[in-house]
Design a protein around this ligand. Structure first.
Ligand SMILES: NC(=O)c1ccc[n+]([C@@H]2O[C@H](COP(=O)([O-])OP(=O)(O)OC[C@H]3O[C@@H](n4cnc5c(N)ncnc54)[C@H](OP(=O)(O)O)[C@@H]3O)[C@@H](O)[C@H]2O)c1
Length: 262
């Protein structure tokens, strides 16, 4: 992952004066995206449950001359989501609010419908679908009033192509992809953009949390060659947010080149 060099964040960067909220910023794609947005000048509000990791990331951004606000919390709980949005609004240093909201927090689960651990199913939907939708609804209300803003939901290739190996997790990403596209149609007339980024296989904490091992995963994906680092997804997010306000890249899929399926 790219790290920020000291004094790299200067006020002429493309996102200077803008504020970005990023959920799931304590690891993987969210952390790489927070760093990339900060590196491009955005003031970043970083959220996840592991505060120690957020504090470390914030320190790194501050020491490079950027702005960061840590708001720990559970992205699947409405009171925590509301606190995240309120603390963002109250953040004096943060400049203009809610230019970008990156709805990234999520978790996976190894196995198909017959083999995955049923006791995790509710948690998957609570975070990946309900929490994401509650955040998108609240951020969109604010953006519609302001007549600007961009929401990026992190979906998945298995939210577009059904995989028998992760069908339950994939169904949560199908759901949030549909929610995001529905929201895009609601808010587009107000000049608000909504995008879904669908990653293929990314090396991050996701694989451990989901319970993937060499046996149930590594062996099957070895044929795909080099897998993605979180930076590849962060770069895609920065690119789509860099488009002029009248250009909405509503979907991108980013896979390792060798990933044939899903
Ligand atoms: N890695 C892949 O192959 C892949 C592929 C397609 C899509 N995705 C999606 O990409 C997104 C990011 O995943 P990743 O690959 O970066 O995995 P990761 O390294 O495990 O990061 C997941 C992030 O989500 C946060 N999170 C999980 N549950 C949360 C909760 N209840 N409340 C707040 N934050 C929570 C984690 O922070 P805390 O644990 O500190 O709360 C962590 O920061 C997810 O939506 C995932 O479904 C990943």
């Amino acid at each position: 992952m790219q790290r920020i060099k000291k004094d790299k964040i200067i006020s002429t960067q493309p996102f200077s004066g803008k504020t970005a909220v990023i959920t799931g910023a304590s690891s993987g794609i969210g952390m790489a995206t927070a760093l990339a947005l900060a590196q491009n000048g955005a003031a970043v509000v970083i959220n996840a449950r592991r505060k120690d990791r957020l504090d470390k990331l914030s320190k790194e951004i501050l020491s490079a001359g950027g702005k960061a606000l840590v708001v720990p919390g559970d992205a699947g709980r409405v009171p925590d989501i509301e606190r995240l949005l309120k603390d963002t609004l109250d953040w004096k240093e943060g400049g203009r609010k809610y230019d970008f909201v990156i709805v990234n927090a999520g978790r996976g689960i190894a196995g198909g419908l017959m083999t995955s651990d049923e006791s995790v199913w509710e948690d998957i939907y609570r975070i990946n679908v309900l929490g994401a939708a509650h955040l998108m609804r609240r951020a969109a209300k604010y953006m519609v009033q302001e007549k600007r803003g961009s929401i990026v939901a992190v979906g998945s290739v298995v939210g577009r192509h059904v995989s028998p190996f992760s069908s339950f997790y994939g169904s949560s990403k199908f759901a949030i992809t549909a929610v995001a596209e529905g929201l895009r149609r609601e808010v587009a007339p107000a000049g608000v953009r909504v995008s879904v980024v669908m990653p293929g296989i990314v090396l991050s904490g996701f694989l451990d949390v989901a319970g993937y091992t060499q046996e149930n995963f590594g062996k099957n994906v070895a044929q795909f060659g080099k897998l993605l680092e979180p930076q590849a997804i962060a770069d895609g997010i920065v690119w789509l947010l860099s488009q002029p306000p009248h250009v909405n890249v509503s979907e991108i899929m980013i896979r390792p080149t060798g990933q044939t399926y899903p």
